[in-house]
Design a protein around this ligand. Sequence first.
Ligand SMILES: [Zn+2]
Ligand SMILES: [Zn+2]
Length: 147
Amino acid sequence: MSSAASISTVQQMCEQQGLRLTKTRRQVLELIIAADGPVKAYELLDQLKRHDGNNRTTAPPTIYRALDFLLQNHFIHKLESINAYVFCAHPEHRHNGQFLICENCDRVIELHGAGLSRDVAALASSKHFQAKRQVVEVYGTCEHCQH
Ligand SMILES: [Zn+2]
Ligand SMILES: [Zn+2]
């Protein structure tokens, strides 16, 4: 999926769901897509500041609010262990994030194991635990780096 296609998918979804893709939200999303891998909030902030010529509107809370919006609407995922964000390969249907993370090149591959999500949710509720969200992160070496 090209970045232009990704943006227009998100834009369409926002229109359908009556969500406002503000300038900042859109810019943050564009940067995450362009990063093509995990990106941290302070890196996004640096890039936006450069982009806006140190405009006052580019304060950390602005970035975090934009990230919250994108997370809540499942357009991006957060990799908890490295505190970084990635674009969701399939924003059109909601799912929990499962990721293969290459320790050599930082490549992130998103999986869609609906069965795994259900198993984790069932195990959590068997312990009378109210699961809010789940993120599965698997560390190792990607196919590319094995050669
Ligand atoms: Zn996803
Ligand atoms: Zn790799």
